[in-house]
Design a protein around this ligand. Structure first.
Ligand code: PMP
Length: 446
């Protein structure tokens, strides 16, 4: 794709956006009390000259204050994977709003929820946090605590939220703390080992040292574009963890898209601990982490030895009544096997449509799928690891495509080319996305 063509499309689309969204510009000019907009740096990732300003959202559609209607394939970057404001969630939240929002006491609904989590995800013990970032931080702390080991292992290019320990990447093959991290005074590369995803030899070498508390991994990488697990890699990971006494943590915050129960339940293997955030509360801030009976026993033993006092895990609002109600409603009525049937069917339609248009336009691009999560990559072959994925990215091209689509009423997540299909995403919405994608491809080739 010629650089000139990309720049021309980007410029034309920026003009079109300016003309169609005057209220968004006025809003951003006036809302100066928020430091660099809210929520912070995500707003800088949107490809439009200023971010769209949301008015309302329902199901898989979002309306802006400029009166534009979007087919929403961003879905709050997975927080609303099952659709905006599902009726059952809205009703449960409305009722809870009149019954108290935060008690710092257990509830009967909370007990029922833990059973639902165990049934869905296949792990017996659970804890609640307010975000997936916080759940990952808690899990790392527990794994270090119960193993007595200092290091963790992550994969190059991974993102697990605002988790400093995971902000280490390979730079020229050397683990290096991300330069973008604000205010961290300790260099974490000494306690975070980083290797490339799908590299079984590097994994064996790292784990055989016997000093890694846990591997923290998405079973399919989704934050550096999507990088699928090579055949057998996850089972090798499971076996090596068992051989070396390393705990295996799956962060399923995004890969819950794979199927009912997430990637581990749908495809295996089973982790020792798992984290799910974002969509589990349908957009209400909450997350959970689950763990095996063996891990729970070790956690209890650690607690028995520990003096009373703050553990560094859990906060006042963790497991507040609103969060428990949100998750209970989601698991009871929204995140169901039937919902997954619809999502996977819609995702298959999207993949087929995009592949057809890529072939028709003669582009050397491809499409990757993790259940209801679909992505097109502007390179010929699927990257095998984070390093390859980063090299294959084309930020200017991606921004031009996103903006073209936004101007035609299609919203993609601002990060790489991720598209989420909810159970309430209509075939007409998918077909509109495919049609606009085809139009964009032909404009870029002019
Ligand atoms: N885990 C994964 C895999 C994520 O992609 C993210 C956020 N994109 C998080 C954890 C953190 O979620 P949150 O920002 O809601 O804490």
């Amino acid at each position: 794709m010629a650089a000139g063509a990309i720049a021309r499309v980007a410029e034309r689309e920026a003009e079109r956006f300016r003309a169609a969204n005057p209220r968004a510009f006025a809003h951003h000019a006036a809302a100066t009390g928020w430091f660099q907009s809210v929520p912070f740096h995500w707003m800088r990732d949107w490809p439009s000259p200023v971010p769209i300003v949301a008015a309302t959202a329902k199901d898989a559609a979002l309306t802006s204050i400029d009166g534009q209607r979007y087919d929403d394939f961003c879905l709050g970057d997975t927080a609303s994977l099952f659709g905006h404001s599902p009726a059952a969630l809205a009703a449960a939240l409305a009722q809870q709003a009149h019954e108290g929002l935060s008690y710092m006491l257990p509830t009967e609904r909370g007990a029922a929820l833990s059973e639902k989590l165990a049934a869905m995800f296949g792990l017996p013990q659970w804890q609640v946090t307010t975000t997936a970032s916080e759940a990952n931080r808690a899990v790392i702390r527990w794994c270090r605590g119960i193993s007595g080991r200092t290091k963790i292992l992550t994969f190059n290019g991974a993102y697990h939220g605002a988790v400093d320990d995971a902000f280490v990447d390979l730079k020229g093959g050397v683990p290096t703390m991300r330069a973008s991290l604000v205010g961290q005074v300790h260099d974490l590369h000494g306690t975070t080992t980083v290797i490339e995803f799908n590299d079984g030899d590097a994994l064996a070498a790292a784990l055989n040292g016997g000093d890694i508390a846990c591997v923290l991994a998405e079973p399919v990488m989704t934050n550096v574009g999507m990088v699928r697990d090579a055949p057998g890699f996850l089972h090798k990971l499971r076996a090596l963890c068992d051989e070396t006494g390393t705990l295996l943590v799956f962060d399923e915050t995004h890969t819950i898209s794979s199927g009912y129960g997430g990637h581990g339940v749908t495809h295996g293997p089973k982790p020792d601990l798992m984290v799910v955030g974002k969509s589990i509360g349908g957009g209400v801030p909450c997350a959970v982490y689950g763990f095996s009976a063996a891990v729970a026993e070790r956690m209890a033993a650690l607690n028995a030895l520990r003096p009373d006092g703050h553990s560094g895990i859990g906060t006042t609002l963790s497991a507040n009544a609103l969060a428990i109600t949100a998750m209970d409603a989601m698991l009871s009525d929204v995140i169901t096997p039937a919902a997954y049937d619809l999502m996977l069917c819609g995702a298959a339609r999207l993949v087929a449509g995009l592949e057809q248009e890529i072939a028709a336009a003669g582009l050397d691009w491809h499409v990757t799928q993790v259940g209801a999560r679909v992505e097109f990559l502007t390179c010929p072959t699927p990257p095998r690891n984070g390093g390859e994925a980063k090299s294959a990215m084309h930020p200017e091209l991606e921004a031009a495509i996103h903006l073209f689509l936004a101007n035609r009423g299609i919203l993609l997540a601002p990060f790489h080319n991720m598209m989420l299909v909810s159970p309430v995403t209509g075939d007409d919405q998918i077909d509109r996305l495919v049609g606009a994608f085809a139009d964009c491809a032909s404009v870029l080739k002019e």
